[in-house]
Design a protein around this ligand. Structure first.
Ligand code: UDX
Length: 427
């Protein structure tokens, strides 16, 4: 027997959570304030690019296990569980802005049935479980933390095959009820107190960001000493304490989570009296990486990009998503534009110049972006870039410089065709 679940907010997290719970056999009502979005979702149309989510959405609609409504009252009235999946954007001082969470809690409070479990799924600062309890003002409902660890592009896979399910609650029975929603999911389950669950989420993201800044720093060392970072991380990764995962150097890290969560953790630590210098350094290294990569492109263009045409492949913050939030690619494009470059970009999911880089030309395919370009910069690791016709590409460009910020392309094939190739961390 499935449970009755309400999901408040149909962004990445809410939509994946609601759709996957319906797939697991629960009756799910997802609520959003955006009427047009709700209408599209009811028609089975996905507002985002996310592998496998569209199929599960339509499956849920067909089986009637998944419904979409405008506003949260109707969604929560009959619910045994309410998942809060509203945004927690970065506030002006780096802290997470809890106003959406607070508003959602206050809105649903009068309509909850006694015994309902309200679950914080959004990434919220340590102490937010208490904050939601207070905003609800209902002693007859439980508030539990159940952080998400979904990666965009593989969110459905990650939900259904998680490395772990973390539940933070002071009430054992509420924790067990939340765990039962995941019945059949093969993963370690961990019940802890709310502050620990909330910290697990921040600490995990901060650690992953640290890995990436570390590998980008090692890549800089590799370039200076004549080492190849691909071999270096392979050799490091055989040490089980290090592992092979999440060590690909790149143009810097970004996305909707790492930048805001690392700043939020610094803020949380600061408020608690700890100066998290290590994490500050991780962010600094990342900002430096945007500059380092821009400098590489400028050098490849002969020392200046003023008036030069630069072809860019990839604008999203990583492949297999249409998400441009805090994209390293956009950071680099901004820097190139500021230095007077003309940027012709292609990304499989982008049709118009994104905000902040309105001056670029968005091309219909990867070849069109190369027409008349002196340098080609690969900024996102879309698989299709690996299989493009290099002779055709060479024929379109006026120069033959390639800066491959994802070490994606076949270096020897490019060199054979006369390209001047530079990757990241490969001398
Ligand atoms: C991340 C966490 O992985 C996920 O657990 C959390 O819930 C949300 O934040 P996501 O934002 O989807 O997920 O992106 P992720 O795949 O982690 O990549 C983040 C950034 O790091 C991207 O810019 C990506 O290109 C970069 N990256 C990732 C690298 O440069 N190298 C790598 O090896 C991995």
């Amino acid at each position: 027997m499935g449970s009755k679940i309400a999901v408040i907010g149909t962004g990445y997290v809410g939509l994946t959570t609601g759709t996957c719970f319906a797939h697991l056999g629960h009756d799910v009502i997802c609520a959003d304030i955006d009427e047009a979005k709700v209408e599209r979702l009811r028609e089975g149309e996905l507002p985002i690019v996310e592998n496998g989510l569209g199929e599960l959405l339509r499956e849920g609609l067909r089986s009637k296990r998944l419904q979409f409504v405008v506003g949260s009252e109707e969604a929560v009235a009959d619910a045994e569980f309410v998942y809060l999946c509203v945004p927690t954007p970065q506030g002006l001082d780096g802290s997470a802005d809890l106003s959406y969470i607070e508003a959602a809690a206050m809105q649903i409070a009068p309509f909850l049935t006694p015994g309902t479990v309200v679950v914080n799924k959004s990434t919220v600062p340590v102490g937010s479980t208490r904050f939601v309890e207070q905003a609800l003002g209902r002693s007859d409902v439980h508030v539990v933390s159940n952080p998400e660890f979904l990666r965009e592009g593989s969110a459905v896979h990650d939900f259904l095959n998680p490395d772990r399910v973390v539940i933070g609650s002071d009430d054992q029975s509420a924790a067990i009820r939340v765990a039962s929603l995941y019945l059949g999911i093969p993963a370690p389950f961990m019940v802890t107190n709310p502050a620990s669950a909330e910290t697990i989420k921040y600490a995990s993201n901060a650690f992953l960001a640290t890995k990436l800044s570390f590998v980008n720093a090692i890549a800089a060392v590799c370039e200076a000493v004549g080492a190849d970072v691909n071999d270096v991380v392979l050799g490091m990764g055989y040490d089980k304490r290090i592992g092979h995962e999440f060590l690909r150097p790149g143009p810097g890290w970004g996305g909707s989570c790492f930048p805001k969560d690392s700043k939020a953790l610094i803020h949380i630590a600061e408020e608690a009296g700890y100066a998290f210098d290590l994490l500050e350094g991780v962010i600094t290294v990342n900002l430096e990486q945007f500059d380092r990569v821009t400098d590489k492109i400028v050098r490849m263009a002969g020392g200046s990009v003023e008036g030069a045409t630069i072809a860019v492949w990839g604008l999203t913050f990583k492949a297999n998503t249409d998400d441009l939030r805090d994209s390293p690619a956009l950071e680099i494009v901004k820097r190139l534009l500021a230095k007077g470059a003309r940027v012709q970009a292609y990304d499989p999911t982008v049709t118009e110049p994104p905000r902040g880089v309105e001056a670029i030309e968005v091309c219909g395919d990867a070849y069109a972006a190369c027409e008349g370009a002196t340098v080609l910069a690969v900024l996102t690791e879309w698989d299709e870039f690996k299989w493009l016709d290099l002779d055709k590409t060479a024929g379109l460009m006026t120069g033959l410089g390639v800066v491959d910020c994802r070490n994606l392309l076949d270096r020897s094939a490019l060199v054979q065709r006369g390209f001047d190739y530079e990757g990241i961390g490969r001398a």
